[in-house]
Write a protein that binds this ligand. Structure first.
Ligand code: CP
Length: 308
């Protein structure tokens, strides 16, 4: 791997190799083992042009546990606010001997643009990791979700997985769907109102449900998504109460899934909108373990890209 820009098109062997590489790193992520020297002497630049709690922080922790130097560019106080272009910013950081850019951007394709620019200027020894671009892809979230499913369910090839909520605006859903299908999950369901589904959703290889009760019946894994209002351009939406009634995950609806079903959410959660607190904090929830596994998975990705 040179860059990690999307899960789409990556073969099963690569996805499995990332999950396998992450497994021993969970001990480092959980601080049972000290730092590893795999990225010693390397500089990882976190470029988050969009807000983040989990992704930015776990990338930083992961890079530090691999002994890298980590530079978090504060976009609000950077010269991007004076009109400097994305590629000029990248050129200047590259001149500071960057080895890796971890990029989140509101525009779909921004990390691809950076990777193309680095190749065109003979600097493609610098690795680019997509930390979420617009509504397009969030590959490390998709991978940590796969790691979580494998941890609790072991065998992808026997599972029915439901992804519930705002699929249309979700980069997470797209990465999850590509990963689940590539890893051999035989039934991937999406549950959403028509207005929150991409027009070509069935071409992704999923089964579509509009009724949450029908869609949740017998599933092993429930992956919830929030309404991504920041990407809706003021579209007319149901009220949070109306949305919760139809698509909010409650204990009553969860009872339709398998008794040992797990509940996932990439965060940030909007309690009382897409998920009830009793479920988010309940015995089926693996939402916080997802975050911890994110450190190990990001360690795996960074060490496979740039590790010595
Ligand atoms: N899941 C996720 O991307 O969360 P953050 O926006 O907090 O990074």
């Amino acid at each position: 791997l040179q860059h990690l820009l999307t899960i789409e098109g990556l073969p099963r062997e690569i996805l499995s190799a990332i999950l396998d590489t992450a497994a021993p790193f969970t001990e480092v992520a959980e601080r049972e083992v000290k730092k590893l020297p795999l990225l010693r002497g390397k500089s990882v630049f976190n470029l988050f042009f969009e807000n983040s709690t989990r992704t930015r922080t776990t990338f930083e922790i992961a890079a530090k546990r691999l002994s890298a130097d980590v530079i978090n560019l504060n976009i609000n106080t950077s010269s991007a606010s004076k009109g400097e272009s994305l590629l000029d910013t990248v050129d200047n950081l590259a001149a500071m001997q960057a080895d890796m850019f971890v990029v989140r951007h509101a525009s779909s394709g921004a990390p691809f643009l950076i990777a193309e620019h680095l190749a065109a200027t003979q600097r493609d020894h610098i690795h680019v990791v997509n930390a979420g671009d617009g509504r397009h892809a969030h590959p490390t979230q998709g991978l940590l979700d796969m790691y979580t499913i494998r941890h609790y369910k072991r065998d992808f090839t026997r599972l029915t997985v439901a992804i519930v909520g705002d699929i249309l605006h979700s980069r997470v859903a797209r990465s999850q769907i590509h990963a689940l299908i590539t890893l051999g999950v035989p039934e991937v369901r999406v549950i959403a109102p028509k207005t929150l589904l991409p027009s070509d959703v069935e071409r992704l290889g999923v089964r579509v449900f509009h009724d949450m009760n029908e869609g949740l019946r017998g599933v092993d894994v429930v992956m919830m998504l929030r309404l991504q209002n920041e990407r809706m351009n003021g579209a007319l939406l149901p009220s949070p109460q109306e949305y919760f009634k139809s698509y909010g995950l409650t204990a009553e609806k969860l009872a339709l899934a398998k008794p040992d079903a797990i509940v996932m959410h990439p965060g940030p959660m909007n309690r009382g909108v897409e998920i009830d607190s009793a479920v988010a904090d309940g015995s089926h929830s693996v939402i916080l373990p997802q975050v911890t596994f994110g450190i190990a998975v990001r360690m795996a990705v960074m060490s496979m890209l740039a590790g010595s």
